[in-house]
Design a protein around this ligand. Structure first.
Ligand SMILES: Nc1nc2c(c(=O)[nH]1)N[C@H]1C(S)=C(S)[C@@H](COP(=O)(O)OP(=O)(O)OC[C@H]3O[C@@H](n4cnc5c(=O)[nH]c(N)nc54)[C@H](O)[C@@H]3O)O[C@H]1N2
Ligand SMILES: Nc1nc2c(c(=O)[nH]1)N[C@H]1C(S)=C(S)[C@@H](COP(=O)(O)OP(=O)(O)OC[C@H]3O[C@@H](n4cnc5c(=O)[nH]c(N)nc54)[C@H](O)[C@@H]3O)O[C@H]1N2
Ligand code: SF4
Ligand SMILES: [Mo]
Length: 719
C-alpha cells in the first residue's frame, strides 16, 4: 500500500486528499486533515477520481477517423496527422481559419497550464475561444476596468466576514468559484456561529440559500437593478465610507448615475421589496465587516459585467475592499498577473469584442457557417465540450460536424470530440505532478502545495505538455518547410524554449519569482501543503495596475451599460426579461442548476455519481404547475427561440413562480460518443434552449439564465 498526498483537481475547492494505492489500483480516498486549506474536507466527487482513472472508455491511445471509422494509431502518426491538417487549413485560409476552444479542466491541469500559452501563440489567428465566455469573463472585465488587470480578482474573506451577501452563486453545491474555499458549508456555518449573517439572493432556494439566515427570491436577470438600488440606498442613508475612498476615482459620478434606481423604483422589476433593499443596504454598510460575492448566476445575464462591477462597487463604497472580512487580494507563493486586453479586434460576422485574447464562444457557430475571408474551417479543442456547454449547442454541433478538420486533446469521446479527425488523449492527471497555479491565487487563505504523481504514467501515455510540445514542433517544422520552399531563411521553432522547461521546473521558476521565499524542496518536505496564513490587507497595492495607482469607478463602458439599463427598465424589460406586462401562463424564465454529483458535462460516465434519482428534471413552482394542469413526473416540452427539448417535470417550491430550472451538462443521447454510463441516463441539454443570438452587453458572454421559454404538456406523454 502506498499513501499519496494530493490536491483534488476536479473543482476550484482544491481539497487535500490522501489517496491509497496498491499497484495501479486506488484502494481508498479520504480528506487530508493536515491540508491547511481544506482541513480534511472532501465531497462525493473525490471518490469518482477512481472511476475516472479506471473508466474503460477513457481513451488510452490516439485515434484517427477514417471514413467514419476510428483507427488507433501511435503518437507520431497522430501528431503528424493533426499538425498537417491544421497547417493545410491555415495555409489556405490564414491563421484564423483554425479556431481553438479550451475548456474548464485545463485550468486544473498543470501540464496543460504550462503548455497552452506557447501553443496558442504559435497557432495564432483571432479565433480563440474558451469556456470563460460562458463563465467568468464579465467578472474579469469588471476587474479589468476597476483595478486595471483582468486577473486582479478580489476574494471574499469568508473566514472572517460578519456579513456575506451572495448573489448568483451556490457554493454549498458548487464548492465556490473565484473563491477557493473547500468545505464552504462548514465555513458558512462558522460565519453564522460567530454571529455573522448570510444572505442569499437567488431565484431558487438553493442549498446555500437553505443554509443561510435569509433568502430572497429575485427575478432572474434583474440583479443590476437590485445592486444599483442597494448602493443608492447606502448613499442616500449616508453610509458611504469616505475614509476608504482616497484611492478610488469616480465615486460621485457613479452615485449620480445610479440615482434613478431607487429601491422603490426597481422593486416591481426585481420582486425584492423596497424596505428589504433599504434594510439590506443598512445591514451591509453597518456590519463590523461585510462582503458582497457574486458569481456565475449574475455573469451569465445580459448585464453580467455591470452586475459584477456593481457588486465590487458596493464593497468599495462601503470600505470593504482590501479589509479583513471583506473582499481581499491573496498573496500566494506562486503568483501571476496579467493586465489582459480588451477590444483589440472584433469577431468577423457579428463584430463582438475581443477580451483577454479571445472572442465569445457564442459567435463560433456563425464564424464556421459564414463564408468569406477569415471563415473558420478547422478547430482545435482541449478539455472542452462546447456542444453541451455553449449557448445553442445544437447549432454549434451542426457547424462543428461540417468542419474540414478538427483535433481534440481530450481523454473521452464525447458530444464534441466525436467530431474530431484526430483525438490525442492525454494521460490521466493522477499520472502528472500537480500544483494549482490558478486557484491558490483565488483562495481564501494563502497556502502552497505541490503533489507528486500518484501513478507512474502508463507506457506511451503523454501529458498535455508533451502532446502540445510535439504539436508545436511538428507545426513549426511544416511552416519552416514552406518558408524554405518559398526561398526564405530557415525558421526555428519559437516554442522550443518553453517546452525545454518541464511543468515542475515551471512551478519552481514561479516559486522563485514569488514573494514567499519557498523552494520546491520546502514543498516536497510538506506534502500536505504549507500554510502562509490568512489574507492580508495591502494586497490592493499589487492588484491595481492603473497608472495612477487608484481604483477606477468611472468608465464609458459602464456609463453605456447604465444608460442601456435605464432605457430598458423604463420600457418594462431588462435584457429580454419583461416585468411590466402580465405574462402568459406558459411563459417562464429558465435558470440552470448544479448538483453535488456533477461537474459540468463530463462526469456523467462515473458509475459512483450516477446512481439515485434522475437529476435532469425541470423544476417548476406548484402554483405554476397547477395553472397549467401539469402533474409531477410527467414529460413536458420546453421550447425557446433556439430549440426544444422534452424533459420530466419536478414540482417544487424551491423555484420562484414564473421560473423553471434545468441543469446543464446533460444531453448525452447524441450518437457517436463513447460514454455508455452517461448514455443510460442521457437527460437533455439545457444549451439546446439557450440562445447564441443574444449575448452579454460588454464582453459577449453567453446568456444562460433568465432564458425565455414556453412549457407545455407533451402530447400523449403521461409520464
Ligand atoms: N457539483 C458541481 N460543482 C461545480 C460545477 C458543477 O457542474 N457541479 N461546476 C464548476 C464550475 S465550472 C463553476 S464556474 C462553478 C460555478 O459555481 P457557482 O457560481 O456557485 O454556480 P451555481 O452552482 O450554478 O450557482 C449559481 C446560482 O445562481 C442562481 N441564479 C441563476 N440566475 C440568477 C439570477 O438571475 N440572479 C441571481 N441572483 N441568481 C441567479 C442559481 O439559481 C444558482 O443557485 O461551479 C463549479 N463547481
Ligand atoms: N446552460 C449552462 N451552460 C453552461 C454553464 C451553466 O451554468 N449553464 N456553465 C458554464 C461553465 S461555468 C463552464 S466552466 C463550462 C464548461 O464547459 P466545457 O469546459 O466546454 O465543458 P466540460 O463539461 O467542463 O468538459 C470538459 C472536457 O474536458 C475533458 N477533460 C476532463 N479532464 C481532462 C484532462 O485532464 N485533460 C484534458 N485534456 N481534458 C480533460 C472532458 O472529457 C470534457 O471533454 O460550461 C458552461 N456552460
Ligand atoms: S469539493 Fe471539489 S476539490 Fe473538493 S473533493 Fe469535491 S470535487 Fe474535489
Ligand atoms: Mo465554470
Amino acid at each position: 500500500m502506498t499513501l499519496h498526498h494530493r490536491t483534488c483537481n476536479l473543482c476550484e475547492a482544491n481539497c487535500g486528499l490522501l489517496i491509497e494505492t496498491e499497484g495501479s489500483i486506488i484502494t481508498s480516498i479520504r480528506g487530508d486533515e493536515a491540508d491547511p486549506l481544506s482541513e480534511g474536507y472532501l465531497c462525493p466527487k473525490a471518490f469518482a477520481l477512481k472511476d475516472l482513472y479506471e473508466d474503460p472508455e477513457r481513451l488510452r491511445a490516439p485515434l484517427i477517423r477514417e471514413g467514419g471509422q476510428w483507427r488507433e494509431v501511435g503518437w507520431q502518426e497522430a501528431v503528424a496527422a493533426a499538425a498537417a491538417g491544421l497547417h493545410a487549413l491555415q495555409q489556405r485560409g490564414g491563421k484564423s481559419a483554425v479556431a481553438s476552444y479550451v475548456g474548464n479542466p485545463s485550468a486544473h491541469n498543470l501540464p496543460a497550464m504550462t503548455a497552452l500559452a506557447p501553443w496558442l501563440r504559435l497557432l495564432g489567428g483571432s479565433n480563440r475561444y474558451s469556456a470563460s465566455s460562458v463563465d467568468q469573463f464579465p467578472k474579469m472585465l469588471a476587474c479589468y476596468l476597476l483595478y486595471g488587470a483582468q486577473l486582479s480578482v478580489p476574494v471574499p474573506d469568508v473566514d472572517r466576514s460578519d456579513y456575506m451577501l451572495i448573489l448568483g452563486a451556490n457554493p454549498v453545491v458548487s464548492h465556490g468559484s473565484l473563491m477557493t474555499a473547500p468545505g464552504m458549508k462548514r465555513r458558512l456555518a462558522r460565519l453564522r456561529k460567530r454571529g455573522g449573517k448570510l444572505l442569499v439572493i437567488d431565484p431558487r432556494r438553493s442549498e446555500t440559500a437553505a443554509a443561510a439566515d435569509e433568502h430572497l427570491f429575485i427575478r432572474p436577470g434583474t440583479d443590476a437593478l437590485f445592486l444599483a438600488a442597494v448602493i443608492n440606498a447606502v448613499a442616500s442613508e449616508g453610509f458611504i465610507d469616505a475614509s476608504a475612498l482616497e484611492r478610488v476615482e469616480g465615486v460621485e459620478h457613479l452615485l449620480d448615475s445610479l440615482s434613478p434606481f431607487t429601491a422603490e423604483a426597481v422593486e416591481g422589476a426585481t420582486e425584492i421589496g423596497a424596505s428589504q433593499t433599504r434594510r439590506i443596504a443598512k445591514e451591509f454598510a453597518t456590519a463590523a465587516s461585510s462582503v458582497c460575492y457574486s458569481r456565475i448566476g449574475v455573469c451569465v445575464q445580459s448585464y453580467g459585467t455591470l452586475v459584477s462591477y456593481l457588486s465590487d462597487a458596493l464593497n468599495i463604497v462601503c470600505g470593504r475592499l482590501d479589509r479583513p472580512g471583506g473582499a481581499m487580494f491573496s498573496s500566494p507563493a506562486v503568483t501571476y498577473s496579467s493586465k489582459g486586453s480588451y477590444q483589440r479586434w472584433k469577431s468577423r460576422v457579428r463584430g463582438l469584442d475581443e477580451f483577454g485574447g479571445e472572442l465569445p464562444i457564442a459567435v463560433l457557430a456563425e464564424e464556421i457557417e459564414t463564408s468569406g475571408q477569415g471563415q473558420v474551417r478547422g478547430l482545435f479543442t482541449m478539455a472542452g465540450n462546447p456542444v453541451l456547454s455553449a449557448p445553442n449547442g445544437a447549432r454549434l454541433e451542426k457547424a462543428i460536424a461540417g468542419l474540414d478538420f478538427m483535433v481534440s486533446v481530450d481523454p473521452w469521446m464525447n458530444e464534441t470530440t466525436c467530431y474530431a479527425d484526430v483525438i490525442l488523449p492525454p494521460r490521466h492527471s493522477l499520472e502528472n505532478p500537480h500544483y494549482s497555479i490558478v486557484f491558490h491565487k483565488l483562495a481564501v487563505r494563502n497556502t502552497a502545495k505541490f503533489c507528486k504523481p500518484v501513478f507512474e504514467p502508463v507506457a506511451h501515455a503523454l501529458s498535455e505538455w508533451e502532446i502540445l510540445g510535439q504539436l508545436c514542433a511538428e507545426l513549426s517544422r511544416l511552416r519552416n518547410e514552406d518558408a524554405v520552399a518559398a526561398g526564405a531563411e530557415e525558421i526555428a521553432d519559437p516554442t522550443a524554449p518553453h517546452f525545454a522547461m518541464s511543468p515542475e521546473m515551471f512551478v519552481s521558476m514561479l516559486l522563485g519569482a514569488g514573494p514567499s521565499g519557498l523552494t520546491m524542496d520546502d514543498l516536497l518536505e510538506h506534502p500536505s501543503g504549507i500554510d502562509l496564513g490568512e489574507l492580508e490587507s495591502g494586497g490592493l497595492d499589487r492588484a491595481v495596475f492603473h497608472d495612477d495607482g487608484r481604483v477606477h469607478l468611472s468608465h464609458s463602458q459602464i456609463d453605456a451599460e447604465l444608460a442601456r439599463l435605464l432605457g430598458e427598465f423604463e420600457s418594462g424589460q431588462v435584457g429580454g426579461v419583461g416585468f411590466a406586462a402580465p405574462r402568459d401562463d406558459s411563459e417562464f424564465l429558465m435558470i440552470g442548476r448544479r448538483s453535488l454529483r456533477s461537474n459540468n458535462s463530463w462526469m456523467h460516465n462515473c458509475p459512483s455519481l450516477m446512481s439515485g434519482r434522475d437529476r435532469c428534471t425541470l423544476l417548476m413552482h406548484p402554483v405554476d404547475a397547477g395553472r397549467l394542469g401539469l402533474e409531477d413526473g410527467r414529460t413536458v416540452a420546453v421550447g425557446s427561440r433556439a430549440g426544444k427539448v422534452e424533459v420530466r417535470l419536478e414540482i417544487s417550491d424551491e423555484v420562484m413562480e414564473g421560473v423553471v430550472s434545468l441543469p446543464h451538462g446533460f444531453g448525452h443521447g447524441r450518437p457517436g460518443t463513447r460514454l455508455s454510463v452517461a448514455a443510460q441516463r442521457p437527460g437533455v441539454s439545457m444549451n439546446d434552449l439557450t440562445d447564441d443570438a443574444v449575448t452579454e452587453g460588454l464582453v459577449g458572454n453567453g446568456i444562460l439564465t433568465g432564458v425565455p421559454v414556453r412549457v407545455s404538456a407533451c402530447a400523449g406523454a403521461g409520464s
